[in-house]
Design a protein around this ligand. Structure first.
Ligand code: ZN
Length: 130
């Protein structure tokens, strides 16, 4: 059985090779793709459990960047993690009106990105998972 860690070797009958940490595929068989579901927990995860306005990790909730009352959709691109204080302060205003802008532009995460965060592989995988 192969162990998914560096420092191990791959053995054939006559040779052995250092196990690579990244394997490049010459051909890719596309698997059915199901996006990461839009849930409160997944949005927190995407935003590193950090308020996108002040940076705190406490008392988190969701903020519609463009408020729903102004037509902002309930989507990956319009929802960010915000603490209750910033959420209340921003209230029913657009970023321009409140002069509060998220630190990171909200994006739709991929499974690969979520896997990286939980795989323990760390930074050596970064350029392959963007
Ligand atoms: Zn905040």
């Amino acid at each position: 059985m192969l162990r998914p860690a560096n420092g191990y070797k791959l053995h054939t009958v006559t040779q052995s090779f250092a196990m690579p940490s990244v394997i490049r595929l010459n051909r890719y068989v596309r698997a059915p793709y199901k996006g990461v579901s839009l849930t409160r927990q997944n949005i927190f995860r995407r935003d590193n459990n950090q308020c996108q306005y002040c940076g705190t990790h406490k008392d988190l909730t969701l903020d519609h960047v463009i408020p729903s009352s102004k037509g902002g959709p309930h989507s990956w691109l319009n929802l960010v993690t915000a603490c209750k204080r910033c959420n209340a302060k921003k209230g029913d205003h657009t970023p321009q009106e409140a002069d509060m802008y998220p630190r990171h532009r909200p994006y739709r995460p991929t499974y690969a990105l979520f896997l990286r965060d939980n795989s323990g592989f760390g930074n050596e995988w970064d350029e392959y998972l963007r």
